[in-house]
Design a protein around this ligand. Structure first.
Ligand code: C2E
Ligand code: CA
Ligand code: CA
Length: 731
C-alpha cells in the first residue's frame, strides 16, 4: 500500500513523468480498496488510499497523484465535495478524477460532472477493466495537457508579438478570436464581441469606412487584404495603430466561407520609426529641423520656384559672441539660450507669413523653414517672397527679436545676430550656391559690423534698402500729412459745362520732392498702407468738395480712385459711409472709380460690393476701360454709371484707326447700356473733336486742365467758363 514499492518496470503510460503513475483511491469500503489495489499494482501503478473526502485532500497534497478514483458516498466529506475542493487546488485543476457511483444513479453522475469529475464508473466495479480505464484516462490527460501547453505557448507568443488571430464566418457573420485579439483591441474582460460588424465598430473613423470598403471588396473578389486602422485602447484611451491581415479560406466542402486573419498592434513600431526619423531630421537641442531636413526642404523649394517662376530667400544667421556665453555660463546655459533663440525665430517667421502675399496663410506656413545647422548657426528659408525687401523685413524683425534680453538661469543675457541673405534666382540656381551666397553675405555683414543683415548682391541690397526706406517714409507721410490732393476737372463735351472733378493723390517727399503715384500707390498696395491712405483720400476729397459747395460753388461730383486692395481687404462700404457722414457731403456727389481688371478679378463678390455702393446713393465708374476683357454680358450685370476710356486708346486716336474703332465700339456699347462715357487723357484739340464726333459724353485731360492743387483749382474754376467755351466752339 505504499507509493514506492516497485512492482513492474514497464511504462504504463508513455510520456508521463513517473514510471509508475500514482493513483489515489478514495473509498470507505476497505474491501473495494484492497481489490482495486491488487489489480492496479499488477498493471504498473502505485496506489495510495484515503477513506473519506477530507483525507483525500490531505493525501492529494502530500503525494500529488496522477489520477484519483473517488467514491461518491463517504463519511466526513463525500466524493462530490472532495472533487469540488480538489479542483480548486493549484495542482488539482486538471488531474483526471474517476467517480464511482451507484448503478442507475443518474443524479449522481450529473452532479459528479458538475463538480468536475472526468469520467465515472458504476458499482460494482469490474476490477479487471479498472486498470485499462485508468490507463486510458491518463493518456487522454496527456493529450489534453499537450494541447493546453501549446495553447498557452501560442497565447504567450501572441501576447509578446501583440498579435491576435481571428476567424470570420462569411455566412453567419460570426467572428471568433484569440485572447490577444481582445487585448489588442482593448476589449474589456467579459464584453462580448461576436460578429464582424461588432468588431468594425471598434475602429475609429475615417479608418472604419475604409476597412468596411476594403473587406467587402476582398470578400467579393476572394482576395487577401491588409489594412491599417486606429482604435482607442481601453486602459488609457490613447489611440493605437493596428494592422490587419486577412485571407479567404475554403471550407472542406469547397466553398469560400471564411476569412482568416491576424491583427497586430504596431503603435510601438510606428513610434520607433518616428523617433528614428526625428533623430535623423531634427536637432536634438532645439527641436528645429537639422541640416538634412533643411537640404530636403531647400531642394523642394527650388523645384517649386523654378516651376512657378517665384522667388525665395535664404537667411543665414550666426549669433554674435555666442562662444562667450558658453564659456562663461557653461554648456547648459548655452543650450538654453539656443532653445530660446529657436523659439523666437520660429515665432518671427510665423508672424511673417503674410510676406508670401497669398491669402492662404496656411500654405505660407509650410513654405518657410527655420533650421539649426549646428553650433550657433541657424537658417531661415523663406519659401516664397515677392521681392527682396520681404526678406529684409524678416531679417530686421529677427535681428530685433534676437537682441531682446534672455533669462538664462538667474542671469539676463543679451546676444545679437548677423544675417546674410541670398535671393533666388539672382544669387544662385542650385541649393549649394544659394547656401554659399547666404554664407558669404553673412561674413560680409560680420565684417561691416555685427548685428545687421546683408544681401549677397549689392544691387539687390540697395534696391531693398531704397524701397524699404520709401515704405517707411510713406508710413510717416500718411501720419504727418505730407500727402495732398490734386484735382482734375472733367467737362461735358457738348455744353462745356463742368461735369465733375477727380481727386488724385500727391506726395511731396521732404528730401526727394514729388513722388509719382505710379511709384507709391503700388508700394502702398503691397504693404497694405493703401487702406489707410485710401481712407484719408476719401475723407479729404469729400470734405474739400463740401467746403466748395458751402462757399457757393456749383455742385459737381468728386471722383475718388479705389484700389483693388481696398476693395477686397477692407470694408470699403464702411469707409465710404464714414467719409460721407464726416463731411456732410450729398452721397450723389461722390463717385468711386474702380478699374476694370479689379471687377473681373472678383466676380460675384465684386457685383455685391457694387450693389452695396449703389445702395449708398453714390456713383460708380469703371476706370481704364478697354484694358481688361469684360464680356458684354458681364458688363450688363454691373450696377455702374460710367465708363472711362483708357488713355492709351485716346493717345493715338488721330493716327491709329484701330484705336478709333475700339473707341467707337466702347461708346456705342456704353450708350446701349445707358452708361455715360468719359474719355481720359485728352491732350489735343483734335482728339477732343474726334471724340465729340463719336458722341463721347465727357472729357478729361491736359487739354482741359492739368491736375491742380486747391488754390490753382479755385483760380481755374473762376475762369473756366470762358476758356472752355472757346474750346467747345473751336470745333
Ligand atoms: P488714373 O486714375 O487713370 O488717373 C489719371 C492719371 O492720368 C493721373 O496720373 C493724371 O495726372 C494723368 N493724366 C490726366 N490727364 C492726362 C493727359 O491728358 N495726359 C496724360 N499723359 N496723363 C494725364 P497720376 O496722378 O500720376 O495718377 C496715376 C494713377 O495713380 C492714377 O491713374 C490712379 O490709378 C492712381 N492714383 C492716383 N491717386 C490715387 C488715389 O488717391 N488712390 C488710388 N487708389 N489710386 C490713385
Ligand atoms: Ca482714375
Ligand atoms: Ca484712368
Amino acid at each position: 500500500m505504499t507509493a514506492n514499492s516497485p512492482q513492474s518496470m514497464q511504462m504504463v503510460v508513455p510520456g508521463l513523468h513517473r514510471e509508475r503513475p500514482i493513483v489515489l483511491h478514495v473509498d470507505d469500503d476497505l474491501a473495494s480498496l484492497m481489490m482495486a489495489e491488487g489489480a492496479l499494482e499488477d498493471s504498473g501503478f502505485d496506489v495510495i488510499h484515503a477513506v473519506d473526502g477530507q483525507e483525500a485532500i490531505d493525501r492529494f497534497n502530500e503525494h500529488e497523484p496522477d489520477l484519483i478514483i473517488m467514491d461518491a458516498v463517504m463519511p466526513v466529506m463525500d466524493g462530490f465535495q472532495a472533487i469540488s475542493a480538489i479542483r480548486k487546488l493549484k495542482l488539482g485543476a486538471h488531474v483526471p478524477i474517476l467517480m464511482i457511483t451507484g448503478l442507475d444513479d443518474l443524479d449522481s453522475i450529473t452532479r459528479a460532472y458538475d463538480e468536475g469529475a472526468t469520467d465515472f464508473l458504476t458499482k460494482p466495479i469490474n476490477f479487471f477493466i479498472l486498470p485499462h480505464r485508468v490507463q486510458y484516462m491518463l493518456r487522454s490527460k496527456l493529450t489534453a495537457d499537450a494541447l493546453r501547453s501549446s495553447q498557452s505557448k501560442l497565447d504567450n507568443a501572441q501576447r509578446i508579438a501583440r498579435l491576435g488571430n481571428w476567424e470570420w464566418c462569411l455566412g453567419s457573420n460570426e467572428l471568433s478570436w484569440s485572447r490577444e485579439f481582445g487585448r489588442v483591441l482593448g476589449i474589456e474582460e467579459g464584453v462580448s464581441l461576436e460578429t464582424w460588424t461588432e468588431f468594425v465598430e471598434y475602429i475609429e473613423e475615417p479608418d472604419r469606412s475604409n476597412v468596411l470598403l476594403i473587406s467587402e471588396q476582398s470578400v467579393e473578389e476572394k482576395q487577401p487584404f491588409n489594412v491599417e486602422f486606429s482604435v482607442l485602447g481601453n486602459s488609457d484611451g490613447a489611440q493605437r495603430r493596428i494592422r490587419l491581415e486577412a485571407e479567404p479560406y475554403k471550407h472542406e466542402n469547397g466553398e469560400w466561407s471564411y476569412m482568416l486573419g491576424t491583427i497586430q498592434d504596431i503603435t510601438e513600431r510606428i513610434n520607433a520609426q518616428k523617433q528614428i526619423h526625428n533623430l535623423a531630421y531634427y536637432d536634438l537641442v532645439t527641436g528645429l529641423p537639422n541640416r538634412a531636413q533643411l537640404t530636403e526642404q531647400l531642394r523642394y523649394t527650388l523645384k517649386l520656384s523654378k516651376r512657378n517662376s517665384t522667388k525665395f530667400a535664404i537667411l543665414f544667421l550666426d549669433l554674435d559672441h555666442f562662444k562667450q556665453v558658453n564659456d562663461t555660463l557653461g554648456h547648459d546655459a548655452g543650450d538654453d539660450l539656443l532653445k530660446q533663440v529657436a523659439k523666437r525665430l520660429t515665432s518671427v517667421v510665423r508672424q511673417s507669413d503674410m510676406i508670401s502675399g497669398g491669402d492662404d496663410d496656411d500654405d505660407a506656413d509650410s513654405q518657410h523653414t527655420v533650421a539649426r545647422l549646428g553650433g550657433d548657426e541657424f537658417v531661415v528659408l523663406l519659401g516664397v517672397i515677392n521681392r527682396a525687401e520681404d526678406a529684409a523685413r524678416v531679417a530686421e524683425r529677427i535681428a530685433q527679436s534676437i537682441s531682446m534680453p534672455y533669462d538664462i538661469g538667474s542671469s539676463a543675457v543679451s546676444v545679437t545676430t548677423t544675417i546674410g541673405i541670398s535671393v533666388y534666382p539672382a544669387d544662385g540656381d542650385d541649393t549649394e550656391s544659394m547656401m554659399k551666397s547666404a554664407d558669404v553675405a553673412m561674413y560680409h555683414a560680420k565684417e561691416s559690423g555685427r548685428n545687421g543683415y546683408q544681401f549677397y548682391s549689392r544691387s539687390i541690397h540697395e534696391q531693398a534698402l531704397t524701397r524699404f526706406s520709401l515704405e517707411a517714409d510713406l508710413r510717416v507721410a500718411i501720419e504727418t500729412e505730407q500727402l495732398t490732393l490734386a484735382f482734375q476737372p472733367k467737362i461735358d463735351m457738348k455744353t462745356g459745362r463742368l461735369a465733375g472733378v477727380e481727386a488724385l493723390t500727391r506726395w511731396n517727399h521732404p528730401e526727394k520732392g514729388a513722388v509719382s503715384p505710379s511709384d507709391f500707390i503700388p508700394l502702398a498696395e503691397e504693404t497694405g498702407l493703401i487702406i489707410e491712405l485710401g481712407r484719408w483720400v476719401l475723407r479729404e476729397a469729400c470734405l474739400q468738395m463740401q467746403h466748395w459747395i458751402e462757399a457757393g460753388w456749383p455742385s459737381m461730383t468728386i471722383a475718388v480712385n479705389c484700389s483693388s486692395v481696398q476693395f477686397t481687404k477692407s470694408d470699403i462700404i464702411e469707409d465710404i459711409n464714414a467719409a460721407i457722414a464726416y463731411s456732410g457731403l450729398d452721397p450723389m456727389l461722390l463717385e468711386i472709380e474702380l478699374t476694370e481688371s479689379l471687377l473681373l478679378q472678383d466676380g460675384e463678390k465684386g457685383i455685391q460690393i457694387l450693389s452695396d455702393m449703389k445702395a449708398l446713393g453714390i456713383q460708380v465708374s469703371i476706370d481704364d476701360f478697354g484694358t481688361g476683357f469684360s464680356s458684354l454680358s458681364y458688363l450688363k450685370r454691373l450696377p455702374v454709371d460710367k465708363l472711362k476710356i483708357d488713355q492709351s486708346f485716346v493717345r493715338d486716336l488721330e493716327k491709329d484707326s484701330g484705336d478709333a474703332a475700339i473707341v467707337t465700339a466702347i461708346i456705342t456699347l456704353s450708350h446701349n447700356l445707358n452708361l455715360t462715357v468719359v474719355a481720359e487723357g485728352v491732350e489735343t484739340q483734335e482728339q477732343f473733336n474726334i471724340l465729340r464726333g463719336f458722341n463721347c459724353n465727357e472729357a478729361q485731360g491736359y487739354l482741359i486742365s492739368y491736375p491742380l492743387d486747391i488754390e490753382q483749382f479755385s483760380l481755374w474754376l473762376e475762369s473756366y467758363r470762358e476758356q472752355i467755351m472757346q474750346k467747345v466752339s473751336g470745333l
